[in-house]
Design a protein around this ligand. Structure first.
Ligand code: KG4
Ligand code: ZN
Length: 359
């Protein structure tokens, strides 16, 4: 199925054309430079920038795919989660296109997009990456930190999530405390590499020893702030790299520990990562090392842009929905800023799952 997809959930205006899992075109207009001066994403500024760019992003995506609208089977759009007034821009555009081209609409959860980003291929169908369910997915972005069982196509169960900041958000805030710009993840990564990924300060790792799959990063953030306030200006400059590195080590230690616990509880050892933080080289190294030690199989989005917000992943998730006839009427397609993947109902989900697997 050929899908035209749009995502305007946060600070990227994105459109793409996919054929099943193959990306025929993907255009992302990033607003990072616009938001940089505010130290974070300003919803009203994001909305205006989306509104200004959406038409050109849509036409570029179509032109790059070298397709006429008649070749499109359906239009997929992110319904949530995200910024309400930003989501609205993409949804309004998708509804307009659907009416103009006479195509059905598919509503996609942005987080299922991040999951399917792992199976998104280039236009030549590479990498192949066949599905081998079930997977345990760690989604780590600026807005989310979640552990999800990906049981079958379009079948998800959230088994853990952050109770306060997301991992990416924590990195963004730490970078800001050190006086750097948004987004902070790449800044912290670079400083940490320059410090040899040291863990000099051994910051707290919230909830790490607790029997919960939830995450918390706000205590770590506070400890970091106090440490910075303790230091005079000269020491701060000298210690900047070690501080950034220790902060990153603390965040990643929690991500690894909770994934380990989730593996224990679910018995699933096939692990996928997705979301902006999953591009981080140190995180990838730590996960690969953990996989080697424990016999896990771990996979990341295959191309760099697929870690971040983009519409190709929305199109791929949308294609699986369209193939199954899961469409939505335009009048029913309202933005859902707090949309979530289904959460677990009964714990231990593991038992339920293991039984199915054995039978
Ligand atoms: O998935 P994404 O592009 O947008 C959301 O849906 O939130 O993720 C953005 C997040 C930001 O918090 C950013 O700091 C983080 O991903 N990020 C990184 C890196 N590049 C971006 N975190 C760690 N290391 C990186 N290299
Ligand atoms: Zn995202």
């Amino acid at each position: 199925m050929t899908i035209f997809a749009i995502d305007t959930s946060c600070d990227e205006t994105a459109a793409a054309v996919v054929e099943g899992r193959k990306v025929l075109s993907s255009v992302v207009y990033s607003q990072v430079l616009i938001h940089e001066k505010y130290g974070g994403v300003m919803p009203s500024v994001a909305k205006r920038a989306h509104a200004e760019r959406i038409d050109s992003v849509v036409s570029q995506a179509l032109a790059k795919a070298r397709l006429m609208p008649s070749a499109i089977d359906a239009i997929a759009v992110t319904q949530g989660p995200g910024l309400a007034i930003a989501l609205e821009v993409g949804i309004a555009k998708a509804c307009k296109l659907a009416a103009a081209w006479g195509k059905p609409l598919v509503a996609v959860n942005h987080m299922e997009g991040h999951i399917y980003s792992n199976f998104t291929q280039n236009s030549r169908g590479s990498p192949i990456r066949d599905f081998d369910f079930p997977y345990l997915v760690l989604l780590v972005s600026g807005g989310h930190t979640e552990l999800v069982i990906f049981r079958e196509h379009l079948d998800y169960e959230v088994i853990g999530r952050t109770v306060d900041d997301a991992a990416g958000e924590a990195l963004d805030k730490a970078s800001k405390m050190l006086g750097f710009s948004y987004p902070g993840g790449p800044v912290i990564e670079r400083l940490a590499e320059e410090a040899g990924n040291t863990d000099k300060y051994i910051f707290p790792r919230p909830l790490i020893n607790r029997d919960t799959l939830n995450f918390s990063f706000s205590g770590l953030k506070t400890a970091f702030l106090y440490k910075i306030k303790d230091l005079d200006e000269e020491s701060l400059v000298n210690e900047m790299r070690a501080l950034a590195s220790s902060f990153q080590e603390a965040v990643f230690a929690v991500l690894i520990a909770k994934t380990r616990l989730a593996v224990q509880k679910t018995g699933i050892t096939r692990i996928l990562l997705g979301g902006g933080v999953s591009v981080n080289r140190r995180l990838r190294y730590l996960f690969r090392r953990e996989a080697r030690l424990n016999g896990w199989w771990v996979q990341f989005p295959p191309f760099k842009y697929l870690n971040f917000d983009n519409a190709a992943m929305i199109g791929v998730a949308g294609a699986f929905k369209a193939e199954r006839g899961i469409f939505v009427k335009p009048e029913m397609l309202d933005r859902k800023p707090r949309l979530s993947l289904p959460a677990f109902v009964t714990m231990p989900a593991d038992m339920k799952f293991m039984k199915q697997r054995e039978s």
